[in-house]
Write a protein that binds this ligand. Structure first.
Ligand SMILES: [Zn+2]
Length: 402
């Protein structure tokens, strides 16, 4: 059985969708919730929806929600399909039909998500044989700009009472024709931490002075590192990650005789469940505060150790009921895989009852097999029909007439 019956409507819209994909790829805009970015992308999305008479509203500044009413609405059910629209600060290495903006590139397939989201909104409105409402959410700022939270906190979005949200994401690590439909943990949380150790610093010779014998910010940094490593090792499953990625001192790299007075460090963590994430944050904060207490006892004046832990992306745990709807919709139509937990993060996790499906796009063309967020990646045109077919099948399954 095929995922889609290629009707005249479908073929006509898919021709246009290929052109939209090309335009979006060539005109990428970075996400930025505070500034005027994504404006051209938003205007393009809204002009296509208007041209095809699909009602839509603006959300979160540069976002758009297309509203497709079913033939009936007895059940009051609805479903949201999330398509993210922002690009990345990467210089494209492809040469054909590539980005017109130096240093900005659609390297995560959001051009394909947007183009197929447009096609799905239009085709669902032409073929609205379902009960309830479908929302296609063109979300800004997915790449770490807090776009999902901005959408969720917009009163215009809240009024829609969206009950569940499904996102389709390009997967160069799967062959075209395969989709990952996995219940439970799918992606890790991604949080960042930073800290600063300050000591008086100075000439190494000053350590002869009894009052300054404990003056060793490098040893303090080493203690932070070893406590963090011990925590990491305590996680038997190693499905949590604590990684210091950056350490800087205020002494010159040429200097071997001066004790630094300031060391800064940065790092990141990953966890698959909210409980693991809580235990990582608590563990790191406790480790730092016990080092702080110990060093404070040394009585060195001017010593300080500060630490901040910032929660960025929640772990993505695919909702059981939403995944069941996807399985029922796709069973027999496309090859489904359970797959693994991925080290990526996606802010789809912030939406209630959400699930993300990784849709295989590797069709043998060079860019379609490249890693996400790399300069040679490219969402291939051949992936569009599967994205649209899956979106339509899942929507109709969620909103089937009883
Ligand atoms: Zn992405």
């Amino acid at each position: 059985m095929a995922l889609i019956t290629p009707t005249a409507d479908f073929n006509g819209i898919m021709d246009k969708t290929g052109r939209w994909l090309k335009w979006l790829h060539m005109n990428p805009e970075l996400g930025n919730m505070d500034g005027p970015r994504e404006r051209n992308t938003q205007a393009y999305i809204q002009s296509i929806l208007t041209e095809h008479a699909v009602p839509h509203i603006t959300v979160a500044g540069t976002g758009t929600v297309a509203i497709v009413e079913g033939k009936t609405n007895k059940s009051g059910r609805n479903i949201g399909i999330r398509a993210d629209i922002d690009a990345l600060p990467i210089q494209e290495a492809n040469t054909e039909d590539c980005s017109n903006s130096p240093g900005v590139m659609h390297a995560c397939g959001h051009d394909g998500h947007t183009a197929s989201g447009l096609a799905s909104a239009i085709l669902l409105s032409l073929d609205n044989d379902f009960d309830g409402t479908a929302y296609i959410i063109f979300q800004p700022g997915e790449e770490g700009h807090g776009g999902a939270r901005a959408v969720l906190s917009d009163p215009a979005y809240q009024k829609l009472n969206v009950q569940r949200v499904v996102a389709l994401h390009a997967a160069p690590f799967y062959k075209a024709g395969i989709v990952q439909v996995k219940e439970g943990p799918l992606m890790y949380s991604a949080d960042f931490f930073n800290g600063e150790i300050t000591f008086p610093g100075g000439h190494v010779g000053e350590k002869f002075d009894a009052a300054r014998q404990g003056m060793d910010p490098v040893a303090a940094m080493g203690e932070v590192q070893s406590r963090f490593t011990a925590l990491q090792n305590a996680f038997a499953s190693h499905r949590q990650i604590i990684q210091i990625t950056n350490v800087h001192t205020d002494t010159s790299p040429e200097n071997g005789n001066t004790i630094p007075s300031r060391i800064t460090f940065k790092g990141t963590t990953r966890a698959t469940t909210p409980e693991m994430r809580d235990s990582i944050q608590k563990g790191l904060e406790n480790a730092v505060s016990s080092i702080h207490q110990k060093l404070q006892k040394s009585g060195i004046e001017g010593f300080d150790l500060s630490f901040n832990y910032n929660r960025i992306a929640d772990p993505l745990i695919n909702d059981r009921d939403t995944i069941q709807i996807c399985r029922d919709a796709l069973s027999g139509n496309i090859k489904m895989e359970e797959g693994i937990v991925h080290g990526y993060a996606d802010d789809i996790a912030a939406y209630p009852n959400s699930a993300l499906l990784f849709v295989g796009i590797n069709d043998g063309t060079p860019g379609s097999a490249e890693k996400l967020h790399t300069s040679s990646f490219r969402y291939p045109r051949s992936a569009l029909p599967n994205f649209v077919g899956i979106t339509m099948a899942v929507t109709k399954q969620a909103l089937q007439q009883s």
